[in-house]
Design a protein around this ligand. Sequence first.
Ligand code: GLU
Length: 273
Amino acid sequence: MTVTRFAPSPTGHLHLGHAYSALFAAARGDRFLLRIEDIDITRCRPEFEAAIYQDLAWLGLEWEMPVRRQSEHLDDYRHALGGLESRGVLYPCFCTRRQIKDEIARSPSAPHGPDGPLYPGTCRRLDDATRARRMADSEDYALRLDAARAAALTGPLTFVERGDTVAVDPGLLGDVVLARKEIPTSYHLAVVVDDALQGVTLVTRGQDLLPATHVHRLLQALLGLPAPAYHHHGFVLGPDGKRLAKRDGAQSLRALRDAGRTPAEVRAMAVVA
Ligand code: GLU
């Protein structure tokens, strides 16, 4: 029994790339779930969420109810965060974006990931007394994963991508943010907790998230959660040969529908080169 999911964020209208992703997941799953990733309340809007349901139904997709909305499950993430805390793999980070940028500029040997420089680890080196004092002063902070310490606890890990075994590189994205002072989660933590709680066995999503899977596998091992299999797919390209983005309004499913395209036509357009 393969359980798949489509997990859009309601930060804009769905486009052909989302249609491909959703159709791909639905075709691979004996059970197909929908999840609304609406943790970033500053960017998510109720009208985009309503549009997601309409657009997917218009395409002809059916999903199981109830839909999981991340904003309704903060306690689940808080609980997982507590589990990570008790394993000693979290530390508070007080750095502002500006400070991180300056620190990276000062240290050319700072670690790099697939998308550029990684967090240089400034706050990992703070002593306990300083941490306690700064947290009590209620400075804003994020909780970061100490990737090296986490990897030492789990030992070597692998995940399955398109049937191949991939060795986890625990430091690939560095010490990622797992929560903020006011929000007990981040994308990485929520996705791992949700996929486990929803019983997802095959995670299908765009190739851009392949690096994140290294972090996700690490978190699954730390939290004692099952590891789903993965299939990261390519992108639907726009007329300019570039990957579609939510700002490319013309390719949104609603714009195509309003221009008279049928669901069958749109399904036929949602292909990966
Ligand atoms: N919410 C993510 C996005 O819209 C997808 C996350 C996932 O599939 O793991 O890009």
